[in-house]
Design a protein around this ligand. Sequence first.
Ligand code: GLC
Ligand code: GLC
Length: 640
Amino acid sequence: MNLHLESQRSLNRIMSSLDRSQLSKTDMAVFEARLNTEFPRLFELLFQLYGHRYDFYYYLQQLVDTLAQGYSQRSRALKNKDKKRLNEPHWYQSQNMLGMACYVDLFAGDLVKLQGKIPYLKELGITYLHLMPLYDVPKGDSDGGYAVSDYRKVNEKLGSIDDLKTLAKALEKAGISLVLDFVFNHTSDEHRWAMAAKEGISEFTEFYHMFDDRTLPDQYEHNLREIFPQVRRGNFTWNEPAKKWVWTTFNSFQWDLNYSNPAVFNAITDEMLFLANLGCEALRLDALAFIWKEMGTSCENQDKAHTLIQAFNSCLQISAPAVVFKSEAIVHPDEVLKYIDKQECQLSYNPLLMALVWESLATRKTQLLTESMRKSFAISNHCAWANYIRSHDDIGWTFDDAVAQKLGINGNDHRYFLNQFYTGRFEGSFASGVAFGENPSTGDCRVCGSLASLAGLESAIQHNHAQNIDHAVKRILLIHSIILSIGGVPLLYSGDELGLLNDYSYQQDINKKHDDRWVHRIALTDSAILQASHPQAAQYKISQGLHHLIKIRQQHAIFGQAETQILDCDNSHVFVFTRHNSEGKTLLVLCNFSEFEQHIDSKIMDQLYDSTGKDLITQQDIRCSNGHLSLLPYQAMWIV
Ligand code: GLC
Ligand code: GLC
């Protein structure tokens, strides 16, 4: 079959019956032009997913209707934004980009009060704000908002859809791109689709993966991971009203959607366009690795998961092209890379860099970081990493065991060591952290804790140990100096800019105490802000140091669109990379991961024109002596 020809035929038929009254003549022309370009790809993707079904054409037609409606409901301002972004597709690669992720309630109280925080964000240089999921959720535990009951309703405690729209406009005016979550792997068990499924209405039981008995679940289980083994074993939950087993990868109240059903694809596309039309410029694709299930596999990172995401991307190109996707794939590094493509996810979290920065801090060695980045940092120059050090989630040690093996490191042993180190069980560790998701069958676990606590500030303050406090502050600035220079969008996690410490009060909260990730989901209080203004406080040094680095980043184009090259270094404590841009400029970055002074061969300066340079952070010329260049404990240099 000639798919291209079939796609043309289908499009012609669909267009002949499309309701044109909803769009003005000029809008219709834009919509049709985009469809003509994009439809062949969309058709091919959907054909791979659903072409075997007798009702394929019905769903295709319904989808185009949804896309037309989504486009017609897009405001004039957002349509202009679409045009603007199509003319500057690499906007997210600018040196001015700086992201922050925050919970509306913990950061500001609610959506209205958040507007009052815009000056705070601007002062810091934030241009991208990810608001943690703020949709309607079940009362009690809602997995921090990731169990969505209604994508079109804001959680009452945070405000209303109108508040969100107003905020989006205010952010736009302040030059800050709004980023929202697209939680599309699952809904809460209180979503109207799930409620209808509980009643046994077949249209909706088919929205989820539901089973009469354990036969199929048991077969699937053979190859599945457990994500939250501390709260529930296995991946399925018995639902009494429906009298069925339901697939629930995460918590029992989060029901996985069934994307083998084209009705689910169409329904979720409709929700996605609603979110796009609120005025966000990026959607964070939550738990995207899990969306396609295939018997006999791990049901993660399946080929058809990619097909689905590309199809969603294609829908956005038609109806809301200003919006980009950010991949949240916290999986093996080779799999993380597969989601990154102009036609799939333009942005992606960089969980490997995140994990290995912590690994290097613990070991004081940079070989695993260097080798791993040499293998996995390069991505399409149309795309960008979101480089982060902490997020609202736990830290998982997702490095490639084969890379570790080559360096003589046993992956399992090393993960065990890192877990011991960051939960403070390893003698001499500077870290205060909490073990998370311990699996009694495998002994596996992950780590929780705020950036500052994991970097040693909590314990140093407790012991009132001046040198340890100094080291913790230096570690915090060192790791920020990497995400601010390595290439991509640096993504701060709210509270880290002030060095907030672990908050253990969740252990008293019945809805939170079983989920230790709350230890690092911390309210940003006025007193924390005030504390960071006392020049004696460690928090002051963190905040000032960070501001300083951000200002430098904004002033030099080399931090924006420029190639990154990871270099080997003759000193195993030092991480080295360069950036080169099309204007022939070079930046050389050196990071000392040890608490002792380190020397490296001065030949490293040959990376620069004339072999001379100045460190932008200290504003000092680089001097080498006896063929060596010296770095102070935990020093980072940005040399141009
Ligand atoms: C993502 C979120 C995490 C959540 C999970 C289920 O991984 O980051 O917080 O628990 O998805 O939605
Ligand atoms: C697992 C998942 C990741 C999720 C996390 C939540 O690591 O792979 O997607 O964010 O669990 O704890």
